[in-house]
Design a protein. Structure first.
Length: 241
């Protein structure tokens, strides 16, 4: 590889790392009879370090806690609730990322990179509603969360679902929402109003993954910002006419 090719390869790698920092999200899905945490951008299903899963929670139809363990495999994680859950949530800590003077993104804090251009600590969250009529439990562990204002599983494709976006437990205005993160991850459907609320048209009869991102200032010396991704997933209603 000559020097020019090496520069191009380095630039592509830096772009890829930067993209993973900001664009990738998580949601849960059934794979071969197991509940697995999916990490990707759109339809991608990428490998990741399962040690980055910082928490997993489950609850029953009444919103009561269901104990859940996290099985950390070689390149992804599975959730193992003690009984069938009605609601699931997961948090992933993607760690510190700092942009060096050569524009490359490094998976370290800013204090380790002289003359850093930018830095942040990045988190991924997901909330999954699995049973119709389920009561939501407290969601304090999700620092960015999309909260459905009605039962999402009762909403048909083509109908609107009202949601509220919370950042650190407070309504967040002007947050962009993606209605179909799996199939159209770059297509912004709407923004939240002053109360953090918005109406999203449900896209699919099957799996729906609604997504949002938010960035807030940080007083961490290793990160200028705290960047967050969050998804709300559910299987849309299938009424026969």
């Amino acid at each position: 590889m000559n020097r020019q090719h090496a520069k191009i390869a380095g630039a592509l790698l830096a772009a890829m790392l930067a993209g993973q920092v900001s664009a990738h999200g998580i949601w849960t899905a059934e794979r071969r009879g197991n509940i697995e945490v999916i990490y990707g951008d759109g339809a991608e299903d990428n490998a990741y370090d399962p040690k980055k899963i910082s928490g997993g929670w489950a609850s029953d139809q009444q919103g009561k806690n269901v104990p859940v363990t996290i099985e950390k495999l070689e390149d992804h994680a599975r959730l193992k609730p003690q009984k069938s859950p009605a609601v699931l949530s997961v948090a992933l800590d993607n760690g510190y990322w700092t942009q060096a003077p050569d524009k490359k993104w490094l998976n370290v804090g800013e204090t380790q990179v002289p003359d850093a251009q930018d830095s942040g600590r990045y988190y991924k969250y997901t909330l999954a509603v699995l049973e119709e009529g389920a009561k939501l439990p407290p969601l304090d562990e999700l620092k960015l969360v999309i909260v459905p204002q009605q039962d999402p599983m009762s909403v048909e494709a083509g109908e609107e679902l009202e949601v509220q976006v919370l950042v650190d437990g407070k309504p967040a205005a002007n947050v962009e929402l993606v209605a179909d993160f799996v199939n159209a991850p770059d297509e912004v459907a709407t923004k939240t109003d002053a109360e953090g609320k918005a109406k999203i048209t449900v896209r699919n009869h099957g799996l729906n993954v609604i997504a949002a991102t938010a960035t807030v200032p940080s007083d961490d010396p290793d990160a200028r910002v705290r960047g967050m991704f969050s998804s709300l997933s559910f299987v849309g209603e299938k009424h026969e006419h």
